[in-house]
Ligand binder design. Structure first.
Ligand SMILES: Nc1ncnc2c1ncn2[C@@H]1O[C@H](COP(=O)(O)OP(=O)(O)OP(=O)(O)O)[C@@H](O)[C@H]1O
Ligand SMILES: [Mg+2]
Length: 490
């Protein structure tokens, strides 16, 4: 166990870490914070949800001179949601020191952004496009930047941002420190990184698999046309606290969302064609539990940090193993446990093996879930609701009536009838999805659709967290969810 204290972190940042509930450093933090504090360039690779943000954030914050009202730290992240989330984490880490952090991204009002930039933030967290826009308009000064971070650099490469990144780094003094972090680091990005950095130290947190062991990975082999019923059955069986379902295209996401809504689930979709306002509101509702299911394209895979995501479903298996790693990494974060289920058609089975080979982890085969199992899942919810109603008491007003009923009927029939009434038979509204091509084994991580990958969706998590690499017992299946489900209009 490595404490933050032993990493020579200053008092104000220690205080913030305490407030955030961080008790010990995660392995990537333990290994990269000292290098970062020495001023070295660092390439950091570690599994999803293991605290890479603080790993680059802490050394950057330590180097900020609060009295200098100039941008000294710059983080570039692939999407708006990610920029916001990273900025929030840096704000929390740096607030006791008085560091001012500003997110800058497209879709935000330009004039307001220029005003905020004039206000003298110490750190800017930006998406590449909007940042370059400011650099070209000369509405941002980054010639005093001493620390530059590329978060999810391989995603920025996938999205075709590499020239933008080069242009951005050209505008920063060369004697800067450059940090680059991601859970996946394909060879191309490592090569490019070498040209943008000065003799970087490469830290790869040693772990057998590329995915964290707290995620229980499963797959279901099934026909394309069985997928939707299998999904709704699984949702009824698992009763996720919060679930993310990945579909391959925007159209697919829209169709899945509508289908789930038709069957009474509180689901919303997110993808790059939605307005910024809609994206923000969907994410907000998901974070506070008003939506229980988020349906997303791959764009949401990167960096999203929402506490309570207990299940990830790959309705369509992703084309690249890297995407698989980032997708399932939306659960099982900060030491919590999570469950991932991937649907695979028979023709896609070889692809499953290529994912397993790359991630060095195995997925367990699950059988196609049946409607009967789903119904039992629904009944379990009703049983839990009855039990909790008994536990919470306050039944005095009903006792007399209950006694009378018991004189007329036997107790088992009465409870069975109550359960029947409480169990919402899921409306099996027929749902037809447009057909999709199965993925092929041949993988390419370059030149993918820029638009579909452009926007990422992250959230923050301000609950107390304790890093527990072995995994805590899942907190899912909680009353809160069941009550929500109970009040669903069907
Ligand atoms: N030392 C720590 N102790 C407890 N929680 C931590 C610690 N460090 C980070 N966390 C929390 O863990 C969660 C995941 O962190 P973060 O988003 O930085 O992961 P990541 O490694 O960047 O993941 P991804 O690869 O998906 O981007 C966050 O909610 C963060 O606040
Ligand atoms: Mg991250």
């Amino acid at each position: 166990m490595t404490t933050f204290q032993s990493l020579s972190i200053s008092e104000p940042i220690m205080k913030a870490l305490n407030q955030m509930g961080f008790e010990e450093a995660t392995p990537i933090q333990e290994q990269t914070i000292p290098l970062g504090l020495e001023g070295k360039d660092v390439i950091g690779q570690a599994q999803t949800g293991t605290g890479k943000t603080a790993a680059f954030g802490i050394p950057m914050l330590e180097k900020i001179d609060k009295k200098q009202r100039k941008i000294q730290g710059l983080v570039v992240a692939p999407t708006r949601e990610l920029a916001i989330q990273v900025s929030e984490e840096l704000h929390r880490l740096g607030k006791m020191k008085g560091v001012r952090t500003l997110p800058v991204y497209g879709g935000q009002h330009m004039e307001r952004q220029i005003k905020a930039l004039k206000d003298g933030p110490h750190i800017v967290v930006a998406t590449p496009g909007r940042l370059l826009d400011h650099i070209r308009r000369k509405t941002i000064r980054i010639d005093q930047v001493h620390t530059a971070v590329l978060d999810e650099a391989d995603e920025m490469l996938n999205m075709g941002f590499i020239d933008d990144i080069r242009d951005i780094l050209k505008a920063i003094p060369t004697e800067r420190q450059t940090l680059l972090f991601s859970a996946t680091m394909p060879k191309e990005i490592r090569n490019i990184a070498q040209t943008l950095m000065q003799s970087p130290e490469e830290v790869k947190v040693k772990s057998k698999a590329m995915t964290v062991s707290n995620i229980d990975q499963n797959f279901v082999e099934l026909q394309e046309k069985q997928k939707f019923d299998a999904l709704t059955n699984l949702l009824d069986i698992h009763i996720p606290e919060l679930a993310i379902i990945f579909g391959r295209t925007k159209k697919r996401v829209d169709e899945l969302t509508e289908g789930l809504q038709a069957r009474g689930f509180r689901a919303e979709g997110i993808h790059g064609d939605l307005t910024q306002g809609k994206r923000t509101s969907v994410l907000k509702q998901f974070k506070n539990g008003r939506i229980e299911i988020l349906v997303a394209t791959d764009v949401a895979a990167r960096g999203l940090d929402i506490s309570g995501v207990s299940h990830v479903y790959n309705f369509d298996i992703p084309q690249d193993p890297e995407s698989y790693v980032h997708r399932i990494g939306r659960t099982g974060r900060a030491g919590k446990t999570g469950v991932a289920i991937s649907f695979i058609t028979p023709r896609e089975m070889p692809h499953l093996q290529s994912i397993e080979k790359m991630t060095k982890s195995k997925m367990n085969r699950m059988k196609v879930p049946s409607y009967d199992e789903a119904r039992r899942g629904q009944q379990r919810i009703a049983v839990d609701q009855l039990n909790s109603a008994v536990k919470s008491g306050n039944l005095e007003d009903y006792r007399e009536m209950a006694m009378e009923l018991l004189n007329e009927q036997d107790s088992v029939s009465l409870v069975a009838a109550a359960l029947k009434m409480m169990t919402k038979e899921r409306r099996q509204a027929p749902v037809t999805l447009s057909s999709v091509q199965p993925v092929s084994v041949k993988r390419s991580s370059k030149g993918k659709g820029r638009n579909d990958k452009r926007n990422n969706y992250r959230g923050k998590n301000d609950k107390k967290r304790h890093y527990n690499p072995k995994g805590n017992k899942p907190s899912g299946r909680n009353r809160k969810f069941q009550n929500k489900r109970g009040s669903k209009s069907e």
